[in-house]
Design a protein around this ligand. Structure first.
Ligand SMILES: Nc1ncnc2c1ncn2[C@@H]1O[C@H](COP(=O)(O)OP(=O)(O)O)[C@@H](O)[C@H]1O
Ligand SMILES: [Mg+2]
Length: 404
């Protein structure tokens, strides 16, 4: 006889079949559940592992209805579902989590900035451009801010795609005009002098419970996150508490349900500014899979199901996460053999691979390393970097010879 889950087992449905859905499914298993996913194709990371896959598009109302049917909550692994479709689902009784009136602030960088200002959150100076006529304001904004400009597509970007560091005013104008021609509004902002980037990750349940993980440092290269250090080294207790409080307050004021990531800039003078928000499990929280009592994926499920939230304490003094990014030339060595060598050298590496084809720069997995902190941090970071590079390139950048 085939075992079937109890009909009382709640079903969470997730739009998107990427790695975030894959790892949420992994957390669902421990709760006796199965994540239902809406994927574009059967070979997406989550579609490979969940037995409950709806193949379809996140821009098709019928497909969204199919994935939501019978689910206790409908949630997301990306922010690209049109708000009007979500409003329709809500009207039909679907429990959309986070609700569209919260999620819209993570979907549109202009709305996000307006809302953050209204909520008195510190942000870089910015200008919204929604029409070709609006381009006329660019020069005055550049004069007023005085420095370099960053031009962003208000919608649809990720991992630095949709973000341009403008060379000069003319370049900024060209990039902005191109987005507008494609029908995408534009956010222009001052290029902030960064000491580093941080992320404050929290979760909020409909009941109103909130929980914050330690604030982390996110190391970016070419607009893409390459490493996360949890907690952020040398962040004063006051600054860390302020950042976590801000994230919890934003989650409450926006009515977020699930995980909220608040990406922060620490400027050269030590000020914290909010860069952007994500209302889903986030790359800056991958360390929690091994380094915290409760992973962000389990927490997201708990929150959307309105369960009490889990303990967010770190279980070791420091965790380093490194993303495995596809090599420019994927190596001929099989992933199987790469794992073999990695584990031979680094038995403590915690590997998470997403089942994705390797494209240059694509996030195909991550590794977590747990450490005791202090002076060992540099070594831990170095090992995480070596491991991630090995997994994507089949090369030890320190010249390690496995047969030596
Ligand atoms: N105003 C800015 N000043 C300096 N660097 C920026 C600014 N905006 C973005 N960046 C850099 O670009 C990265 C990606 O920008 P972000 O707005 O977070 O886009 P995405 O949606 O692709 O994550 C940031 O993490 C940061 O490294
Ligand atoms: Mg970002």
């Amino acid at each position: 006889m085939m075992a079937v889950p109890s009909p009382r087992t709640p079903l969470v449905a997730m739009v998107g079949g990427g790695q975030l859905a894959r790892m949420t499914h992994q957390a669902a298993i421990a709760l006796g559940q199965t994540l239902r996913v809406l994927a574009n194709t059967g070979d997406e990371p989550a579609a490979q592992v969940s037995p409950d896959v709806v193949i379809g598009s996140h821009t098709d109302l019928e497909d969204l209805r199919r994935v939501a049917a019978g689910a206790a909550a409908l949630t997301f692994d990306h922010e690209h579902v049109p708000t009007e479709l979500l409003n329709k689902l809500v009207a039909e009784g679907v429990n959309v989590a986070p609700p569209p009136q919260a999620l819209m602030h993570a979907q549109d960088k202009l709305l996000m900035r307006q809302k953050l200002m209204a909520l008195d959150a510190p942000v870089p100076r910015w200008l919204g451009i929604e029409t070709v006529e609006g381009l006329g304001e660019l020069e005055a904004f550049a004069r007023q801010t005085g420095g370099a400009l960053v031009v962003k597509a208000a919608r649809g970007g990720y991992d630095g795609r949709g973000v341009t560091m403008a060379r000069d005013l003319a370049h900024a104008g060209q990039v902005a005009a191109q987005y507008l021609a494609d029908g995408v509004p534009v956010l222009v902002e001052e290029r902030v002098g960064l000491r580093r980037e941080l992320s404050a990750l929290v979760a909020r349940s409909p009941f109103g419970q909130g929980a914050a993980w330690p604030v982390v440092e996110t190391v970016q290269r070419d607009g893409i996150c390459v490493q996360v250090i949890a907690p952020a080294p040398d962040l004063t207790q006051d600054a860390a508490a302020d950042a976590a409080q801000l994230a919890l307050r934003l989650a409450g004021e926006l009515g977020v349900v699930g995980v909220l990531a608040v990406e922060l800039f620490e400027t050269t003078d030590g000020t914290l500014l909010v860069n952007e928000l994500a209302m889903r499990p986030h790359n800056s929280g991958h360390w929690t899979m091994d380094g915290s009592r409760t992973s962000q994926f389990e927490q997201h499920l708990r929150a959307v199901l309105d369960y009490p939230l889990g303990d967010t304490d770190a279980i070791v003094p420091v965790t380093v996460m490194a993303n495995v990014l596809g090599a420019a030339q994927p190596p001929s060595m099989s992933v199987d053999e790469r794992l073999h060598h990695l584990f031979a050298r680094m038995p403590d590496a915690k590997v998470h691979l997403y089942g994705k084809a390797e494209w240059p720069g694509r996030k195909v997995g991550h590794v977590n390393f747990l450490g005791t902190g202090g002076t060992g941090l540099a070594e831990l970071r170095n090992r995480a970097e070596l491991a991630a590079h090995w997994l994507s390139h089949a090369q030890w950048t320190d010249g390690w010879d496995p047969h030596g």
